[in-house]
Design a protein around this ligand. Structure first.
Ligand SMILES: [Zn+2]
Length: 345
């Protein structure tokens, strides 16, 4: 990610000032949970704060961010700071395992290498399995001298209450559309990512107005993303018109590079766009305006009733996804598309 490593994002300024304030006034908590929607820069803020907490700057200088020049800052820059611990799922695993927490506990039982603070970032914190979370509890209860934990999660409810109750919760909000999109356009310009205005709006809409997700997608060629989503949209129309069968669509969708969670998020946004178009709203009100020309002629023959039933089916799947239940995605997608293709007026 090509973000300034020492600076919080523009929409994090208020929270940043309060984080700096608690450190300056020696009221620093030993554990924070940074929470809020996915893709708004929670991990970025935790990393920036970790650098700030480890920086050796003279307090009298009252710097607002890490200096970027001292020994600690240089070690952080080189990813070799001995008192900074980043725990995240390793290799292909989606889980933070107990062995990782045991290693951390062992490291924390020793004296800090640089005789200053130690900072632990756990991201995403909900990736800790039950055993790992239980093992972490002890460290949270007896954190040791000058150790600060920064847990990052967009699914706070999945963290055990015992962990949550030992941390100070920092809730981060998504930027407004205007601030988020303006920031994204600056990043595109600085990274020399060249997109047409239509592509910019398409990516912004598909990313659900979430700036870091949109930026990540555009760091590689966006054409496959745009083509794939247009393909999903065309399949939805063809299914409803009974011009294609559901099962080949299921196979095609599952072969795409996009997760089922992302696909259901797109379906929700598109259905909301359909409803807006049926109500006669302007294209500028849509999440994904680039698909309007595809939807418009087709929507003339679709009823609100059909859309609401489909919306209901997708929302039920979204609820299950948010609970992180183990889902049979193939079966769910098959049922969903069979239901949609057999819906009648
Ligand atoms: Zn520094």
């Amino acid at each position: 990610m090509l973000l300034a490593a020492l600076q919080p994002l523009p929409w994090q300024q208020t929270i940043w000032r309060s984080l700096v304030h608690v450190e300056r006034t020696q009221r620093l908590s030993h554990a924070f949970i940074f929470t809020g929607p996915a893709g708004i820069g929670k991990y970025h803020l935790a990393s920036v704060y970790a650098r700030y907490l480890l920086c050796e700057r003279v307090p009298a200088e009252l710097l607002e961010t890490a200096c970027g020049a001292c020994q600690n800052c240089r070690l952080m820059q080189a990813n070799t700071h001995p008192d900074y611990h980043l725990l995240e799922p390793q290799d292909q695993s989606k889980v933070i395992k107990i062995d990782q927490i045991r290693q951390l506990t062992s490291d924390l039982s020793k004296t800090a290498m640089l005789s200053g603070r130690r900072v632990v970032v756990i991201q995403p914190a909900e990736a800790m399995n039950e055993a790992a979370a239980n093992a972490l509890l002890k460290s949270l209860e007896e954190p040791g001298a000058a150790t600060v934990f920064l847990l990052v999660t967009h699914q706070l409810s999945l963290l055990p209450v015992t962990i949550r109750s030992r941390c100070q919760c920092v809730r981060l909000a998504a930027p407004t559309e205007a601030i988020g999109f303006a920031w994204l356009q600056r990043q595109w310009s600085e990274c020399q990512i060249s997109l047409t205005p239509e592509q910019q709006l398409a990516v912004w809409g598909l990313a659900g107005s979430v700036p870091l997700i949109a930026l990540q997608w555009t760091q590689q060629d966006v054409l496959p993303l745009l083509e794939a989503t247009r393909g999903f949209a065309q399949d939805l129309i063809a299914l409803q018109q009974k011009k294609c069968m559901p099962l080949p669509c299921v196979v095609r969708w599952q072969k795409s590079d996009f997760s089922f969670t992302l696909i259901t998020a797109w379906l929700m946004r598109w259905m909301q766009d359909w409803l807006k178009l049926l109500e006669g709203l302007d294209v500028s009100c849509l999440s994904c305006p680039h698909l309007a020309s595809l939807w418009r002629p087709w929507l003339a023959k679709v009823t609100m009733h059909q859309i609401i039933i489909f919306l209901d089916d997708v929302s039920k799947i979204r609820q299950q996804q948010q609970k992180q239940q183990a889902l049979n995605e193939t079966l769910l997608l098959e049922n969903l598309l069979i239901g949609w293709s057999s819906s009648t007026h």
